[in-house]
Write a protein that binds this ligand. Structure first.
Ligand code: SF4
Length: 484
C-alpha cells in the first residue's frame, strides 16, 4: 500500500533557507501581518466580552474532550436515526479505504471537494486519483494550488504564497487563451469552470468544522458558497471529520462561529454556515440522496490522554500562523507537512511522527504570539516545549556536544561556587567585548548566532559585585562554599 504521508517529508532547514532566499515569497509573507493578522486583532478589539468568549470556547472544547466517547456515540446515533451512515477510521489508510469503497459502490468517476484539512491530512486526493477518480477542489485557493500541483501553504488561505501573476499563469492552463492578472477576471473564470464540475460530479466530499452531538448536525463554514454546492448538488455526500470536532449541544455553536470567523479573517461571521443533518428528506428540495460521515482517529485518541491534549482544541482558524514570526518569514511549505505554522509544528509531529519531523518543535522562538492570537487559547509554546522534552528523552536527536553542554550547565547550577566562578569569568571575558550592549561577533561555532543577529552582551560587572560595592548585604547562604 502506498504510504502517502511518508512521501512528503523533506529537509526543514534547506526548505527554510530556500524560502528566505525567495524575494517573491518574502514580499507576499510580509503583507500577512498587516492583512489577516491585523483584521483578527481589530475584530476581537471591537467585540464586547471577547476575552470571556475565548475562555468559554476553550471550556467547551475541554468539556467535549472529557466526554468524547459518549459524544461521538450520540452523534453517530443521531445521524443514523436520520438515515445517514457513520464510519470509524483508525488512521488515514483506513479512511481512504472507506471513502474509496463508498465511491466504488456508487460507480463515481468524478468528485467535487470543498476545503478540508482533514482530507489533506489523510492524503485523500492522490489516493482517489490513483484509483482513476477525477478530483476537483472547489475552494478558489485550493483549485489554484491543485492546478499548480502544490500543497496549501496556509490553513485558511491556501494560495497566499502566490502572486496574482502566478495565479493567472496557473489558471491559463485551463483556458483556451492566456488570462490577464486581474482578480475579477480570474475569479469569474474559475467560477464558470467550477459550475460545470458541480453539475457533473457524482459525489461531493467535504470536511467538517463542528459536529453537534445533540442533533447529529455537521457544520461547514465557507466564504465562497462552494461548500454548499459540494454538499447539495451531487447525489452523494461524504463528510470527513477528525474526532475532536464534536461539540455537545447546538447552543455551543454560536460561541465558535463568533470566534472562528474573527480569528480567521476578521469577519463577524463567515458568509456561509451550512448545517447538515442527514441526507435529503422527502419534503426537502435539495441535498444529497445519501450522506456518509467518516470519523477519523489517526492518533487523536492517543493524544487525548497525554500532555499534548490541548492541541485537540484547535479549530483550524490560522490565526497563530499570521502572528508567528517564523511562519511569516518561511511560509507554509517549509514545514513539510499538511499543517503549517506554530500549530503545525505541534500537529505534524503528532500525526506523522516526531522522528521524521524533529525540526518542527524547534521552529519557534517561543515568543507567545501564537497563544495570544489563538481564539481557544491553546498554550502552543508549552506544547512545543513538551515535544522538545520528548526529543531529549529519545536523545538520539540531541547532538552529543549539546548534551554535554547542558550537563555541564546543570552541574554548575547545583554548585554555587562554580556558578559564581563562571559568572565572574563571563563578565571578565565576554563582558569586555561588548559594543553598545551587543556582541556583534562570537568566536568559533558560536559565530552562527552573530552571523544573523547580535548577541546581548553580559554586563561588565556582576550584579552581586555591584551590590557589594554599594555596601549592601550579601545573604549568608551565598557565602557558604559549596552550599546549594
Ligand atoms: S492553534 Fe489556535 S490560532 Fe492556531 S489554528 Fe488552531 S485555533 Fe487557530
Amino acid at each position: 500500500m502506498t504510504d502517502y504521508a511518508r512521501e512528503e517529508h523533506h529537509e526543514f532547514l534547506t526548505a527554510t533557507e530556500q524560502a528566505l532566499a525567495d524575494p517573491q515569497l518574502q514580499s507576499m509573507l510580509g503583507r500577512l501581518g498587516e492583512t489577516l493578522g491585523a483584521r483578527n486583532r481589530q475584530a476581537f478589539a471591537q467585540l464586547p466580552g471577547a476575552d470571556a468568549l475565548r475562555w468559554e470556547a476553550k471550556r467547551i472544547k475541554d468539556q467535549a474532550l472529557a466526554q468524547l466517547d459518549q459524544l461521538l456515540d450520540q452523534l453517530a446515533r443521531q445521524i443514523e436515526a436520520r438515515g445517514g451512515h457513520v464510519h470509524w477510521a483508525a488512521d488515514g489508510a483506513e479512511a481512504r479505504k472507506i471513502i474509496l469503497s463508498i465511491l466504488e459502490q456508487h460507480g463515481v468517476r468524478k468528485v467535487v471537494k470543498s476545503k478540508s484539512m482533514t482530507t489533506e491530512e489523510i492524503h485523500l486526493n492522490p489516493a482517489l486519483e490513483d484509483s482513476g477518480i477525477q478530483v476537483v477542489e472547489t475552494d478558489f485557493g485550493e483549485y489554484i494550488i491543485q492546478l499548480a500541483g502544490q500543497r496549501p501553504s496556509h490553513l485558511v488561505a491556501p494560495a497566499i504564497h502566490m502572486t496574482v501573476e502566478q495565479i493567472a499563469q496557473v489558471l491559463s492552463q485551463e483556458s483556451p487563451e492566456p488570462l490577464p492578472p486581474e482578480p475579477e477576471t480570474l475569479t469569474r473564470f474559475a467560477r464558470q469552470k467550477l459550475r460545470q464540475h458541480f453539475a457533473t460530479a457524482q459525489a461531493g466530499i467535504s470536511g467538517v468544522n463542528f459536529a453537534v452531538a445533540e442533533t447529529g448536525t455537521v457544520v461547514i463554514i465557507s466564504n465562497e458558497g462552494n461548500a454548499r454546492l459540494t454538499t447539495t448538488v451531487p447525489p452523494l455526500h461524504i463528510a470527513v471529520m477528525g474526532m475532536e470536532k464534536v461539540i455537545p449541544r447546538m447552543e455551543h455553536l454560536p460561541v465558535f462561529l463568533k470566534v472562528l470567523a474573527r480569528a480567521a479573517t476578521g469577519q463577524k461571521l463567515s458568509v456561509y454556515t451550512s448545517l447538515i443533518t442527514g441526507p435529503r428528506r422527502p419534503e426537502e428540495l435539495d441535498g444529497p440522496e445519501e450522506f456518509h460521515l467518516v470519523i477519523l482517529d489517526n492518533g487523536r485518541s492517543r493524544i487525548l490522554g497525554g500532555p499534548l491534549r490541548e492541541s485537540l482544541f484547535c479549530i483550524r482558524c490560522g490565526a497563530c500562523l499570521n502572528a508567528c514570526p517564523v511562519y511569516r518569514n518561511v511560509g507554509g511549505h517549509a514545514y513539510g507537512g499538511v499543517y503549517a505554522g506554530p500549530i503545525g509544528a505541534v500537529l505534524t509531529p503528532l500525526y506523522d511522527g516526531l522522528d521524521v519531523n524533529h525540526h518542527l518543535p524547534h521552529a519557534s522562538s517561543l515568543c507567545g504570539a501564537c497563544q495570544a492570537a489563538c481564539p481557544v487559547r491553546i498554550a502552543i509554546p508549552e506544547l512545543l516545549i513538551r515535544l522538545r522534552e520528548q526529543l531529549v528523552e529519545r536523545s538520539q536527536r540531541v547532538p552529543r556536544r549539546e548534551r554535554a553542554a547542558y550537563g555541564l550547565w546543570a552541574w554548575m547550577l547545583r554548585r554555587p561556587w562554580a556558578y559564581r566562578l563562571a559568572t565572574w569569568l563571563t563578565t571578565r571575558s565576554l563582558g569586555r567585548w561588548r559594543r553598545n550592549r551587543w556582541l556583534t561577533r562570537l568566536p568559533g561555532k558560536l559565530h552562527g548566532w552573530t552571523a544573523q543577529r547580535d548577541f546581548p552582551a553580559p554586563a561588565p560587572e556582576r550584579f552581586r559585585d555591584w551590590w557589594q560595592r554599594q555596601g549592601k548585604h550579601v545573604p549568608a547562604r551565598e557565602k557558604q562554599p559549596g552550599s546549594a
